[in-house]
Design a protein around this ligand. Structure first.
Ligand SMILES: [Zn+2]
Length: 420
């Protein structure tokens, strides 16, 4: 009631405003960078992106369901057996046919989302030939990795019908570690050229920052992404000797040196705080849970529907779409948790980047460049955050830059112990 009376009187409103202003002034203000309003085009990209994402989810359920419910997977497996004769070749032929057929079914959505839509929004710089070539390479890599690894799971299914899920989870952890190890040296170079940084002055500054972060043999690679996209990015990848920070050349073109230094500080945060190892640890737990759930549900579904699916045993390679369907469902259910964990690590990497550069304004401006060049919505909706955001919203990241500077307030830095 008191507040209501206060608001009734115009003069008192000024008092409240003054009070709020004094309160705000007392809060730490480390920079004053306003979050830009999302452009109309960015909002269209955001909304249509949500529709597309939803369609993609339905599609990744629909394609394996089609193979199962029609019983086609059973026929495909029988055909592969006739052609392959031996156990391993049967598996490889089935996988090749399955991957090629599902690629055909996915192609319309892929070409729209990956090529036409990106061009319509001015985000892509790729020619259609280059896009198609990269798409083809992606399919080849899928076929080769499937031929190299999938038989292990089917061998386990055959040998140990009750424990395959446990051993399978361990195998998938080992495979994902192996893939993360080789990706920067064997896979990524198939698509782009990775080389030393061209701007030697900037490289020296980055290596100086790396030395301060306690990274001695810092490896920074510049990649020629400008032939594919106008968007900006940087990331950490690899383990041990293949570990590196990769900076897109578009980032170097679009950002000022002190903004790039913050981005690198963020990436160094991932490295120093061992985020790749933590991700692998999380993935290991997730793999165990998902494999167990798949074990339980696949046996149940086989009991009820094996006639319709057209195969009798899970160890038949015809069960591939059933496993894919269950992986899609369980990943969808666990994505909110995976995203929340990723957002946590990203936030800590932001803190690390701020603490090591102590340049809040440059950091906030880097996020503005990210928002504007990548057509991002700085304040996405709740569902988007829960299911799709591996990073905190850009608006929140800029807010954090504006409010976090313990070094100005005689407070200890959280990661000061890592700095030299
Ligand atoms: Zn990050």
């Amino acid at each position: 009631m008191k507040w209501f009376n206060l608001l009734q009187e115009k003069t008192k409103i000024w008092d409240i405003r003054e009070m709020l202003e004094t309160l705000l002034a007392a809060l730490p203000e480390c920079s004053h960078v306003a979050v830009p309003e999302a452009t109309e085009q960015a909002m269209r990209y955001y909304r249509s992106g949500n529709v597309l994402w939803f369609l993609g989810q339905l599609w990744s359920l629909g394609v394996p369901l089609l193979f199962l419910v029609s019983g086609f997977t059973g026929k495909l497996s029988a055909l592969s057996q006739r052609w392959g004769k031996k156990w391993y070749f049967t598996i490889v032929i089935y996988l090749m046919l399955f991957i090629l057929l599902s690629t055909l079914l996915n192609f319309p959505l892929d070409v729209y989302a990956g090529f036409f839509r990106e061009h319509a929004y001015g985000l892509s710089t790729q020619s259609f030939g280059r896009w198609l070539g990269n798409y083809g390479k992606g399919v080849m890599i899928t076929i080769i990795s499937a031929a190299a690894f999938v038989w292990i799971f089917y061998w386990l299914l055959k040998k140990s019908p009750r424990r395959w899920w446990l051993y399978g989870a361990f195998v998938s952890i080992a495979i994902s570690f192996f893939m993360m190890l080789i990706q920067p040296i064997w896979i990524d170079p198939l698509f782009n050229t990775f080389g030393p940084m061209k701007d030697k002055g900037l490289e020296k500054e980055i290596l100086g920052l790396a030395a301060r972060a306690g990274i001695d043999h810092g490896r920074v690679f510049e990649v020629d992404m400008s032939q594919d996209t106008n968007t900006v990015n940087a990331y950490v990848i690899g383990f041990g000797s293949t570990n590196r920070i990769v900076l897109w050349d578009t980032t170097i073109e679009q950002m000022k040196p002190d903004e790039i230094l913050f981005v690198m500080g963020h990436e160094m945060g991932h490295y120093v705080l061992h985020h790749l190892w933590w991700s692998l640890a999380y993935f290991s737990v997730l793999a165990l849970v998902i494999f167990y759930l798949i074990y339980r549900t696949s046996n149940y579904l086989m009991k009820r529907y094996s006639k319709r699916f057209g195969f009798k045993k899970l160890s038949n390679i015809a069960s591939v779409p059933l496993f894919l369907l269950l992986i899609t469902i369980f990943s969808f259910m666990t994505d909110p948790l995976s995203n929340a964990i990723s957002r946590c690590m990203e936030h800590e990497a932001d803190r690390f980047g701020l603490e090591i550069t102590q340049n809040n304004e440059a950091a906030a401006n880097a996020f503005i460049v990210l928002q504007q060049t990548n057509l991002a919505n700085p304040r996405p909706g709740l569902l988007y955050k829960i299911w799709r955001s591996s990073h905190p919203a850009l608006g929140e990241r800029i807010d954090f830059c504006n409010s976090y500077c313990p070094w100005n307030q005689d407070q200890p830095e959280k990661y000061g112990k890592y700095f030299r």
